[in-house]
Design a protein around this ligand. Structure first.
Ligand SMILES: Nc1nc2c(ncn2[C@@H]2O[C@H](COP(=O)(O)OP(=O)(O)OP(=O)(O)O)[C@@H](O)[C@H]2O)c(=O)[nH]1
Ligand SMILES: [Mg+2]
Length: 293
């Protein structure tokens, strides 16, 4: 017998959804930072066993959208409700509510199995853990409850094994050697965006989109050229930094990650372009892989 199914991870921003997916897959497919709205897409991570295929979806944290980009991010979350065989709802220690009541109702009324993961328990003590466990089990009574620490692996294997049990009988949906649905360029864009989230403050990372224009794989090196798009001229200066020092750092750090990811030497050329209001422009969003409708 072979099992296969879609396991979709949803929850508030910054609770650790991407950390968990990467832990399951054993690869850094999703970027991770301490800032909310790090993930902007629905990213598949596929775990293949001899007799199962677990197709995980990492999704953007649930927010009330304020502009087109965020609306498109929430559309990715909506699709994750539609095709799930198992729903993984992640919350973190100290959190009280999902920001969107409609999404919350979908979870509590779900006809499919729901796992409620209380993450970051490494940050709590026994007393806090017990009261949080009680609170969440009462709030989502239809879910199976697991306290976990995605970052140091506590209970992660147990949750994984339980998900395999819950997968429906089915042939695989993807070739058994496939790891994700996203192309190589996507991971380049994301590696660069992660460094921007890490090193720039306030609104700047949220005004950035990265587009990889060239990706040439040679025998022992990958040559990449990517453009960092910002919304305003002042942001361009901030990204570049004094004598180019800031953008140089982004390039160096992204290169290191990508060399690990591709297992090959990488050369990156970065440049910055002002692209006014791309976050609210339907056509541009489509070009960057948002607005799939
Ligand atoms: N202490 C602790 N921190 C964690 C744990 N899991 C994740 N984190 C941290 O929480 C922050 C957010 O993690 P992400 O995996 O990016 O969270 P996310 O839910 O994907 O966030 P968005 O994509 O913005 O919605 C990062 O700084 C992680 O290192 C955990 O088990 N314990
Ligand atoms: Mg994420």
């Amino acid at each position: 017998m072979h099992k296969a199914g879609f396991v979709n991870i949803i929850g508030n921003p910054n609770v650790g959804k991407s950390t968990l997916m990467n832990a399951f897959v054993g690869e850094k497919l999703s970027i991770i930072t301490s800032k909310a709205q790090t993930t902007r897409h629905r990213i598949l991570g596929i775990v293949n066993g001899d007799d199962f295929q677990m197709i995980l979806s990492d999704t953007p944290g649930i927010i009330k959208p304020a502009y087109e980009l965020q609306e498109s991010m929430m559309d990715f979350v909506k699709t994750a409700f539609e095709d799930a065989d198992v729903l993984v709802y992640m919350v973190e220690i100290g959190e009280k509510d999902l920001k969107d009541e409609a999404f919350f109702k979908k979870i509590t009324n779900s006809k499919i199995p729901v796992l409620l993961l209380l993450n970051k328990i490494d940050k709590s003590n026994q007393e806090q853990l017990e009261s949080q466990a009680e609170f969440w089990q009462a709030k989502v009574p239809n879910a199976e409850f697991y306290p976990i620490s995605a970052i140091n692996g506590f209970n992660v294997q147990n949750v994984f094994d339980r998900i395999v049990e819950l997968l429906p009988e089915s042939p695989p949906f993807y070739p058994k050697d496939q790891l994700t649905d996203k192309p190589e360029r996507f991971f380049v864009n994301e590696a660069i965006r992660e460094k921007i989230l890490l090193h720039y403050k306030k609104e700047v990372p949220y005004a950035v989109e990265v587009d990889t224009e060239e990706f040439f794989e040679e025998e022992d090196i990958i040559r990449i050229r990517s453009v960092i798009m910002v919304e305003r001229e002042t942001q361009k200066g901030i990204i570049i930094g004094h004598k180019g020092s800031a953008i140089k750092r982004v390039g160096m750090e992204a290169r290191k990650d990508l060399e690990k990811f591709f297992g090959k030497q990488v050369h990156i050329e970065l440049y910055v372009k002002v692209n006014k209001n791309w976050r609210s422009d339907q056509r541009q969003l489509k070009r960057f892989g948002y607005n799939q409708k």
